[in-house]
Design a protein around this ligand. Structure first.
Ligand code: GLN
Length: 188
């Protein structure tokens, strides 16, 4: 079974671990650089990207993680997507692993947090999406495939072995994003 690391400095890692284990993967919490050794894939969860960046600095994890997301299949969710983006508004450091532009907390008070169903290119019909103070993907660069949208906004995107969504697929009951991620690992 593939061994998946889940960044566990801050934020929503436990529910990701349960989703992965239910689908037969092995899971390891990532808190320091040595935890990256021997992984087959990596999840950067939701939470607060600024807090994660501070903790990464403290653990000397920023550079090891930046290298890991270049070489490993990776799934970023919400704050994790902010970490993967090439361009972040307001400006903050990121791994720049995915040519997308994101604006943090962009949906405004009324639409800040929501559970929506939206069309997706993944098999099985509309996808349940839990948004919590989500970033908005404002632009996608060359080679990025949009796999789901919220209105006009991309909310699930992929380039090569890098997958990112602005919602929380580990919350709620729809396992398709995790299943799709694990399927990518087989093809890596
Ligand atoms: N608002 C958070 C950030 O800017 C992301 C929210 C989330 O991950 N649910 O990092």
């Amino acid at each position: 079974a593939p061994l998946i690391g889940v960044l566990a400095l801050q934020g929503a890692s436990d529910a990701h671990c349960r989703m992965l284990e239910q689908r037969g993967a092995r899971v390891r919490n990532v808190r320091r650089p040595a935890d990256l050794d021997g992984l087959d894939g990596l999840i950067l969860p939701g939470g607060e990207s600024t807090a994660m960046l501070r903790l990464m600095d403290r653990e000397g994890l920023f550079e090891p993680l930046r290298r890991a997301v270049q070489s490993l299949p990776c799934l970023g969710t919400c704050a994790g997507t902010i970490l993967l983006a090439e361009t972040v508004e307001p400006v903050q450091p990121s791994f720049a692993a995915l040519p997308i532009t994101v604006t943090r907390n962009a949906y405004g008070r009324q639409n800040d947090s929501a559970i929506l169903n939206a069309q997706t290119a993944l098999d099985g019909g509309p996808l349940e999406m839990v948004f919590i103070r989500a970033p908005r993907i404002d632009a996608v660069g060359e080679g990025v495939t949009v796999l789901a949208r919220r209105g006009d906004d991309p909310v699930l995107v992929q380039k090569g072995h890098t997958l990112a969504c602005t919602f929380h697929p580990e919350l709620g009951s729809d396992p398709r994003v995790h299943a799709y991620f694990l399927a990518q690992i087989g093809h890596h």
